[in-house]
Design a protein around this ligand. Structure first.
Ligand code: CUA
Length: 300
């Protein structure tokens, strides 16, 4: 199969070439007519003519034909890049559910493996993505991998991703969804199937790390009522799952790099970095904050 981006590119080039040919033809006819019938060559006003059946039919039929061809090709491309609709209809592709929230992403892999804000995919494998929304309309768009498709509350849309080369593919939410719409960055890491499997197995596990003071701080504060940390008795559903927080490259869907300093700054005042985000400022002592950052930083 062709990667979706290639299918889109080929269609764009084809349509662009037709448009270019029409442009050249029309401009050439225009310039020729302006030169051929210039005033100095004409004696008196030009003869007025009305109606030419052959011409009328030709300039109706030709554009109709061109648009019909483009329409059919476009439908074919949409089908090709849309992903398969029915679960299990094609055994090959990996099926992932991507869900948009204000303002972060959740990815669900087969076996109910959950990942947040950072999607990993194996190279050379078609990925069928089911697109859902947890609140308002978002739009999933990774230009290097596929076209853009809306995530609409109450329905499931479909999209196919395919990476032929390993790398990090950046994307963003493409439908205005509130004040932090611009900070709904998508990060897709395409890697060889072995590395992908290792990552997937890692995400499937419960949280690492022994009980610590930071974990107590987490459990004793409001953190626990919004966030899940599997294996650590934290099951909040309102915010992103933090079970493997430290395995991600960024915080807050791309706002900050994921290091201890940024994590501390983020928890100390989320509204400073992402105004409007649902995460509140939780007053913590410096010692508690340090312990919490150390604990969260250990969740690989
Ligand atoms: Cu989500 Cu814009």
């Amino acid at each position: 199969m062709r990667p979706p981006v290639e299918a889109i590119a080929q269609l764009s080039i084809f349509v662009g070439a037709i448009a270019l040919l029409i442009f050249i033809g029309v401009e050439a006819a225009l310039i020729y007519a302006a030169w051929r019938y210039r005033e100095s060559r004409m004696a008196g006003p030009a003869p007025q003519i009305h109606g030419n059946r052959t011409l009328e039919i030709a300039w109706t039929a030709i554009p109709l034909l061109i648009l019909a061809v483009v329409f059919v090709l476009m439908l074919g491309t949409m089908r090709e890049i849309g992903g398969s609709v029915a679960a299990g209809s094609s055994p090959g592709p990996l099926r992932v559910t991507a869900k948009g929230y204000q303002w972060w992403w959740e990815y669900r892999y087969p076996g109910n493996v959950l990942a947040v804000n950072e999607m990993h995919i194996p190279v050379g494998t078609p990925i069928d993505v089911d697109l859902e929304s947890g609140d308002v309309i978002h739009s999933f768009w990774v230009p290097g991998l596929s076209g853009k498709t809306d995530m609409i509350p109450g329905r499931i849309n479909h999209l196919r991703l395919y990476a032929s080369k390993p790398g990090v593919y950046e994307g963003a939410c493409a439908e205005f969804c509130g004040v932090e719409h611009a900070w709904m960055r998508i990060r897709v890491v395409a890697e060889d199937p072995g590395t992908f499997q290792t990552w997937l197995d890692g995400q499937a596990k419960n949280a690492s790390g022994a009980a610590s003071r930071g974990q107590q701080v987490f459990a004793a504060n409001v953190c626990v009522s919004c966030h899940t940390i599997r294996g650590a008795n934290a099951g909040g559903q309102a915010g992103p799952d933090l079970t493997h927080l430290a395995s991600r490259a960024t915080l807050a869907a791309g706002v900050l790099p994921n290091d201890a300093r940024s994590l501390r700054a983020w928890i100390a005042d989320p509204q400073r970095y992402k105004p409007g985000a649902l995460m509140p400022l939780v007053p913590l002592s410096d010692a508690d904050l340090d312990a919490l950052v150390e604990y969260l930083g250990s969740l690989r």
